[in-house]
Design a protein around this ligand. Structure first.
Ligand SMILES: [Mg+2]
Length: 345
C-alpha cells in the first residue's frame, strides 16, 4: 500500500525543533512560537505555482531550496532573524522521489539558517507550494519600505539580472557556455537570501526591500511608500561577467526589469555610508551604491553622462499575460525557476 499523508509527513517533514523559540513544533493542531522578550514577530508568505513560478522539470532539491529562500529573503528585507516556517504542499500524487529531493533542498537551507519547520499541510492537486516564515526583530527596529528620505544613498547587494538572463536562455534568446549557463541557472534556481546583511543593516538602512520583481518595480514600492523620488545610475548597476558580455539592450533589460534576484535594495543616509560598508563587510556581501533618493516622486534612470534614459519596463506582474516560456529550450538540460515569487507583501 502506498504511504498515506501522515506517513509521508513523518518520513520527509518531521524533525525535532532546534530553536528555543519553538515551544511546540510539528504534530499538534498549532505550533507555538515564543520570540525572545522585546522582540516583534515578522511574518511573510509566498505561494509558488507550477507553470507560473517554476516548471515541473526543475530539480526538486532546487525547488525545495528556492521555496524557503524566497521567504527568508523577505525576512532579510525586514532585518528579521528567521525562526521557523510552515509548508503547505499540493501534488498530483505521492511522488517519493520528488519529496525526498524537495526535503533535502529545503532542510539544507533551513539548517544553514537554524530555522525549524513547525507545521503545514499536504493535499492532492496540481503541484503548488506555500511557505509561511516567521522571524524576530527587536521592537521598532524592523526595516520598512517607508523610511527613505531625500538625500539618502541607494544601495543594492550582490549582482542583478542573472536570473532573468537564465530565463532568456531558456526562451532561446541567448546562448551561453556551459560554465556561464550553470552560474546563471544557479542564480535563478538557488538564490541566496541576504539574511546576515538585513540584520547588519538594522539601525543603518532607512528603508529596504528584497528584489523579487525587478529593480524598477521594487524600487517603485519604496518610492511610493516613502513619498520620494530617486535617481539611479544605470551604468554602475552591478552585473556578472556573463551578463556583462551580452548586448547592452539585453543587459539593461535584465538589470532594470529582471526579477528573481533576491538581493536587498536599500537606502541609508549619506552620513551612514561607512556604516553601510561595515555592515556589508560583516555580512560578507558586496554592496554597490547605485544612486540617490530625491525629493518629488519621479524615478529617473540616467546614463554615464547623467542623461535620463527612457523607462520601458515595469516590474513583474503576476496577472499580466506572458510569464514563463512554454518549456526549456530543446538543447538545454535546465529548467527555469521562478519569475517573481513575491507579490510584494
Ligand atoms: Mg519581498
Amino acid at each position: 500500500m502506498p504511504p498515506g499523508e501522515f506517513e509521508l509527513i513523518a518520513r520527509y517533514f518531521t524533525r525535532a525543533p532546534r530553536r528555543s523559540a519553538v515551544a511546540l513544533g510539528v504534530g499538534d493542531d498549532c505550533a507555538l512560537l515564543a520570540p525572545a522578550p522585546g522582540m516583534e514577530l515578522a511574518v511573510t508568505t509566498d505561494l509558488l505555482i507550477e507553470g507560473r513560478h517554476f516548471l515541473a522539470s526543475v530539480p526538486p532539491e532546487r525547488l525545495g531550496h528556492k521555496a524557503l529562500a524566497v521567504n527568508l529573503s523577505d525576512l532579510a528585507a525586514c532585518g528579521a532573524e528567521p525562526l521557523a516556517f510552515t509548508l503547505a504542499l499540493a501534488m498530483p500524487a505521492a511522488d517519493e522521489r520528488f519529496l525526498a529531493g524537495f526535503a533535502q533542498g529545503l532542510f539544507a537551507l533551513a539548517e544553514a539558517h537554524g530555522v525549524d519547520l513547525v507545521g503545514g499541510d499536504t493535499t492532492a492537486g496540481p503541484l503548488a507550494l506555500a511557505i509561511t516564515a516567521f522571524g524576530q526583530v527587536p521592537a521598532g527596529a524592523a526595516l520598512r519600505r517607508s523610511g527613505a528620505r531625500a538625500g539618502d544613498e541607494l544601495w543594492v547587494s550582490g549582482t542583478l539580472g542573472d536570473a532573468r538572463l537564465a530565463l532568456e536562455l531558456f526562451r532561446g534568446r541567448v546562448a551561453l557556455g556551459a560554465e556561464e549557463l550553470e552560474a546563471v541557472r544557479r542564480a535563478m534556481e538557488c538564490p541566496v537570501p541576504r539574511v546576515a546583511l538585513g540584520i547588519a543593516l538594522r539601525g543603518v538602512a532607512s528603508a529596504a526591500i528584497d528584489l523579487s520583481d525587478g529593480l524598477v518595480g521594487d524600487l517603485g514600492h519604496i518610492l511610493r511608500r516613502s513619498g520620494v523620488g530617486a535617481r539611479v545610475e544605470r551604468d554602475v548597476l552591478p552585473r556578472s561577467a556573463a551578463l556583462a558580455r551580452q548586448d547592452e539592450a539585453l543587459q539593461h533589460e535584465c538589470l532594470l526589469a529582471g526579477g528573481d534576484d533576491y538581493e536587498l535594495l536599500f537606502t541609508a543616509p549619506a552620513a551612514r555610508h561607512d556604516a553601510v560598508r561595515a555592515a556589508a563587510r560583516a555580512a560578507g556581501v558586496a554592496v554597490t551604491r547605485i544612486g540617490r533618493i530625491e525629493a518629488g516622486t519621479q524615478l529617473r534612470i540616467v546614463d554615464a553622462q547623467g542623461a535620463a534614459v527612457a523607462l520601458r519596463w515595469q516590474g513583474f506582474d503576476h496577472f499580466a499575460p506572458a510569464g514563463l516560456p512554454a518549456g526549456p529550450a530543446a538543447a538545454s538540460p535546465a529548467a527555469p525557476g521562478n519569475t517573481g515569487a513575491d507579490a510584494g507583501r
